[in-house]
Design a protein around this ligand. Structure first.
Ligand code: 3PG
Length: 372
């Protein structure tokens, strides 16, 4: 896999730059620019080298979603054009008239279902706009979509600057310093179970939080009331008694009447829903953080989107202030980090959510393989 920095002469070259601009938008405005800030050095590098930069990306999952709020964001700091449809003749004329250092953003590729279907002729059509392809969308590289795995079949292809860094930094988890603490939260246990099993072989302690812990409570025979648990039947019998696994020792619950309480996991009532970790859990976990030499975290401890974010924020702050090497990621996690304004206090903050998890599990991604 070659990196974009290795290309000798980029002057005048049409560079198809695949970014992951799938970022939170609220009221038509970019709400969290963490991912954009992380790829700005790549855009600046390509501009300085005199490339013509054609940015392609997706946003959201519906064909109706648009990158216009992201365009407005970019326009505040740089001159940037916009191509409404990657398949249109206008796209060709726009690109033909670009000068060295010019930048254009192409509208959400997922407006075409062929993107997700990894349609070969769609990939070829995208490729017609560039001389070379750069994947700077690590966070989407677990998807076998046209602009991730299809386009590299038609153009000389390179990894981006951040893409390379993501691989290097996340790979540190495979030969970690000990004690190594792995913290995993959020939901969708089914997609995270293999990674938990893998990390139990490498890490000294594995904290399972967020809604993932509910399945473990249930396996231990506790009542989880109305808490979110996996729809699929997952056999956790071999895991629940694993000494390396740490579960919350107290939880925040809300009942049907809206009353919020902190209690032990085995005290949850039928009309209660577990929404966060309790204070005792967080203090306990922070002790592990302070003893660790390496902390790897993905996912929140609570239902962050519904306002249950304080325990996660306290934990994140403790990781930032600890001496441990720290690698963290996941959409909600990076949102907390941005809110706290402490992006620079970690060894590495991954732009990946699902891609980070998939890389940690498989040590590669479809998007990486496509560049080889
Ligand atoms: C992300 O935001 O994590 C990636 O862009 C993946 O998005 P997707 O799950 O919609 O493919």
């Amino acid at each position: 896999m070659k990196n974009i920095r290795e290309v000798k002469d980029l002057r005048g070259k049409r560079v198809l730059l695949r970014l992951d601009l799938n970022i939170p938008i609220k009221g038509g405005v970019v709400f969290n620019d963490f991912r954009i800030k992380k790829i700005l050095p790549t855009i600046n590098f390509l501009k300085e080298e005199g490339a013509k930069i054609i940015i392609i990306s997706h946003i959201g999952r519906e064909t109706t979603e648009t990158l216009l709020p992201v365009l407005n964001y970019f326009q505040k700091t740089m001159e940037i054009g916009f191509i409404k449809d990657v398949l249109s003749n206008d796209a060709d004329s726009f690109v033909n008239n670009m000068k060295e250092g010019d930048v254009v953003l192409v509208e959400n590729l997922r407006q075409h279902p062929q993107e997700k279907n990894n349609d070969e002729s769609f990939s070829k059509q995208i490729a017609r706009l560039g001389d070379i392809y750069v994947n700077e969308a690590f966070a989407n590289s677990h998807r076998e979509h046209a602009s991730i795995v299809g386009v590299p079949k038609f153009l000389p292809s390179y990894s981006g600057i951040l893409f390379q860094e993501e691989i290097k930094m996340l790979s540190e988890s495979f030969q970690p310093e000990n004690p190594f603490l792995f913290i995993i939260g959020g939901n969708k246990l089914k997609t995270k179970l293999s990674l938990i099993e893998k990390m139990l072989k490498i890490a000294d302690n594995v904290f399972v939080g967020g809604a993932l812990a509910n399945d473990f409570f249930k396996e231990k025979g506790m009542n989880v009331g109305k808490s979110f648990i996996s729809e699929e039947k997952i056999n956790l019998s071999s895991l629940v008694n694993n000494k390396k696994i740490i579960l919350p020792t107290d939880v925040v619950v809300r009942n049907d009447g809206g009353c919020i309480k902190m209690k032990k996991p085995n005290e949850v009532l039928n009309d209660e829903k577990i929404l966060d970790a309790g204070d005792e859990t967080v203090s306990h976990l922070i002790k592990y953080v302070n003893d660790a030499k390496f902390v790897l975290l993905n996912g929140p401890l609570g239902d962050y989107e519904k306002g249950f974010g304080k325990p996660t924020a306290d934990l994140i702050r403790a990781i930032a202030n600890s001496d441990a090497k720290s690698i963290v990621g996941g959409g909600d996690t990076t949102a907390v980090i941005s809110e706290l304004g402490i992006e620079n206090k970690f060894t590495f903050v991954s732009t990946g959510g699902g891609a980070m998890l998939a890389f940690l599990l498989n040590e590669t991604l479809p998007g990486i393989e496509a560049l080889k």
